[in-house]
Design a protein around this ligand. Structure first.
Ligand SMILES: *Cc1c(COP(=O)(O)O)cnc(C)c1O
Length: 356
């Protein structure tokens, strides 16, 4: 009789919030559909696409469009089937079994998961009370524990907090480990290390099309770094990792910088609406929750019973996330933001009434 090995026998598939929700504010996607003009160009690109052939393994056109949009040299870019795939590629290629990787806590769960599958040794460095990165502690840990790979997100998920560029710089300079800097949300902030990424031989930056660029369904992520690192990524990944469809359609979208900037502006407006509503709530119900400083497209809040708020909203058809001890709410359309703010107001009113 065949038995699954110890490593995988108790694993469960990734479980996104699913079910009959009317409002999805749980996955930090963009709430915007693509504009008709871009959809029209996509149709033309589809008609030209060679579906009977394997895709370009180097995804050259797509990488060129990404490189042009972000102002980096194309030879320093590798494309992945979402940055999720690139995270897996980095853990399988850049870590040997039993070697040590470090993460921070709380952070994106896929890092620790991939390290676990790779049978690597894991060191986790907690974030501070205010969810800032403890840079000194990270440098000390990396140098004393022989860390080969350090990975974290900036701005952070699920905290929404951004660490100043200068501090990240000090960290990258201070360690021998490969630093994988996941800038999935950096389009919403201004502390990117992308412009100076090529100055460091131990820095790989990950970016994704799933958040600010509004293409979560296409599955496109990118790694940027010095050529030896990027060439290694390309050598480790599976050859046809980004399919013909995603390459063609992603290229169309990245060739529309003005449309992307307009969309970003709308998302930032939505986030400001959500945040100012939450600030009003925190004045109305003082001490009930703490809103973390926001550098992304989601609000992060700390409260005694996060699970309770998560369930309350879920029962009313609104999906959010409760993870890493924080409630995380993606900004949505103006109506969606209003709906979640109204339900939250009722929740806090009910909690308050129950205490009186
Ligand atoms: C959403 C997210 C990603 C994006 O992953 P994709 O596979 O590109 O969709 C990567 N890192 C973090 C921290 C995220 O929150």
């Amino acid at each position: 009789m065949y038995r699954l090995n110890e490593k995988i026998k108790d694993l469960k598939p990734y479980d996104p919030v699913e079910g009959g929700y009317r409002i999805h504010l749980d996955a930090n996607e963009s709430f915007l559909r693509l504009p008709p003009a871009i959809l029209g160009e996509m149709e033309e690109a589809l008609a030209r696409a060679a579906f009977h052939r394997y895709p370009d393994p180097a995804a050259r056109e797509l990488c060129q469009a990404f490189a042009d949009y972000y102002g980096v040299p194309v030879e320093n870019v590798a494309a992945g089937n979402g940055s999720d795939e690139l995270i897996t590629v980095l853990f399988t290629g850049f870590l040997q079994r039993g070697e040590t990787f470090a993460t921070v806590d709380p952070d994106f769960s896929m890092y620790a998961f991939n390290g676990y599958l790779q049978e690597a040794r894991h060191i986790c460095v907690p974030k501070g009370e205010d969810y800032s990165l403890d840079i000194d502690k990270l440098i000390e840990t990396c140098q004393n524990e022989g860390v080969k790979l350090l990975v974290f997100s900036n701005p952070g998920n699920p905290t929404s907090v951004v660490c100043p560029r200068e501090e990240i710089r000090r960290l990258v300079r201070g360690v021998d480990a490969l630093v994988v800097l996941d800038e999935a949300y950096m389009d919403f902030s201004d502390q990117s290390l992308l412009p100076e990424c090529l100055e460091y031989d131990n820095l790989l930056i990950l970016r994704t099309c799933s958040k600010a660029l509004g293409l979560a369904g296409l599955r496109l992520g990118f790694a940027v770094g010095q050529k030896p690192l990027i060439d290694a990524v390309k050598a480790v990944k599976s050859p046809y990792n980004v399919n013909v469809l995603s390459q063609a359609l992603g290229t169309v979208v990245l060739r529309h910088p003005q449309a992307l900037r307009d969309a970003l502006g709308q998302i930032l407006q939505s986030r400001d609406q959500l945040l100012s509503g939450m600030e009003d709530l925190s004045r109305e119900y003082p001490g009930r929750f703490t809103l973390l400083p926001c550098a992304t497209n989601f609000a992060a809040m700390k409260l005694p019973d996060g699970e309770g708020l998560f369930r309350y909203l879920g029962e009313r058809g609104i999906a959010i996330r409760y993870t890493g001890g924080l409630v995380r709410i993606t900004c949505g359309t103006p109506e969606e933001n209003r709906a979640v703010l109204e339900e939250m107001a009722q929740y806090f009113a009910a909690v308050q009434a129950a205490e009186e």
